[in-house]
Design a protein around this ligand. Structure first.
Ligand code: 8Y4
Length: 275
């Protein structure tokens, strides 16, 4: 199975590759706010690369439930300078975490080669057209509802079958819009419109989704289902995150999206040796 991302072709090893999370959300609005935010995001990204991240996922909009939406202008102002700077300094692939086709387009122009679309459930032909035109990678995440509504009582007949059916429908739409399925990575969307039982069922049964013959990405890092299980606050969820990354590896995951790259690489090294 191969994955096409603009000018790179990926073949997946038995151990998942690691995607490092780079949030670009200014916490200072002083004159130097954007400059400092850009510098610190670039240096954080380079640090994650040195720790073993093969993909750096750049995001300028918080997708936590209840977070305020960010305007297109603001999102562009956050992510484009980071990608431009980073592109000249990294061997890692750059992905853009956005729901906006306009932001994805600017990011690809700045040097990103992968669109990480957490809202592949909405009808967004422009995004698919862009992916088709640029031959970018496209990571499609399953979400029920939207970031505002997704956690209010999500229900499934059978979460694994429902997610699988959703992806089969989408694959038809993507090819209708001129994309090649070789561009696509599928992600069950842990925490996106899922209760604890749904997240656990997806991780337990993830292997079922490998039937679709596309690489799978999984993002569990620090998410609230880990807090549900351990009562750990968000900054104390690394142990649970590592356990879930190993489970994703065991079930055939090809990419794990994480905050803690160094620790995840070590956990996966031990898992792989045993495996
Ligand atoms: C603490 C830290 C608590 C982070 C919650 C969060 C995924 C993703 C996100 C995912 C892919 C998040 C952009 C949510 N999750 N992309 N993005 N897969 N492909 N929440 O699971 O990290 S953002």
């Amino acid at each position: 199975m191969i994955w096409q991302t603009v000018d790179r072709v990926w073949k997946f090893p038995h151990t998942p590759i690691v995607m490092g999370i780079v949030n670009v959300t200014p916490d200072s609005f002083s004159d130097g706010g954007y400059y400092e935010t850009t510098e610190s995001a670039v240096s954080h990204a380079l640090q994650l690369e040195s720790q073993g991240a093969a993909i750096l996922d750049i995001g300028g909009e918080s997708t936590r439930p209840g977070a305020k939406p960010v305007s297109e202008e603001e999102e562009l102002k956050r992510v484009v300078p980071v990608i431009e700077k980073l592109a000249g300094q990294t061997e890692a692939a750059i992905s853009i975490d956005t729901q906006k086709p306009s932001v994805a387009k600017a990011a690809l122009r700045a040097g990103a080669i992968i669109i990480n679309d957490i809202a592949a459930n909405r009808e967004e032909e422009t995004m698919w057209q862009l992916a088709a035109e640029t031959n970018s990678g496209y990571i499609a995440t399953h979400m029920l509802g939207n970031p505002k509504t997704m956690q209010t009582n999500p229900e499934y007949k059978d979460v694994l079958n429902d997610v699988e059916a959703f992806f089969y429908c989408r694959m038809e739409r993507w090819t209708d819009w001129g994309m090649s399925l070789e561009q696509v990575v599928l992600d069950p969307g842990i925490g996106f419109g899922k209760k604890l039982e749904h997240n656990l069922a997806l991780l337990k049964g993830l292997e079922q989704l490998t039937k679709m013959e596309r690489p799978l990405a999984v993002g569990t890092s620090r998410k609230s289902f880990i807090g549900d299980l351990t009562e750990a606050v968000v900054d104390d969820r690394l142990p649970g995150s590592l356990a879930s990354a190993c489970r994703a590896a065991q079930a055939g995951g090809a990419i794990v999206r994480v905050h803690d790259v160094r620790e995840t690489v070590q956990a996966l090294q031990v898992w792989a040796a045993i495996n």
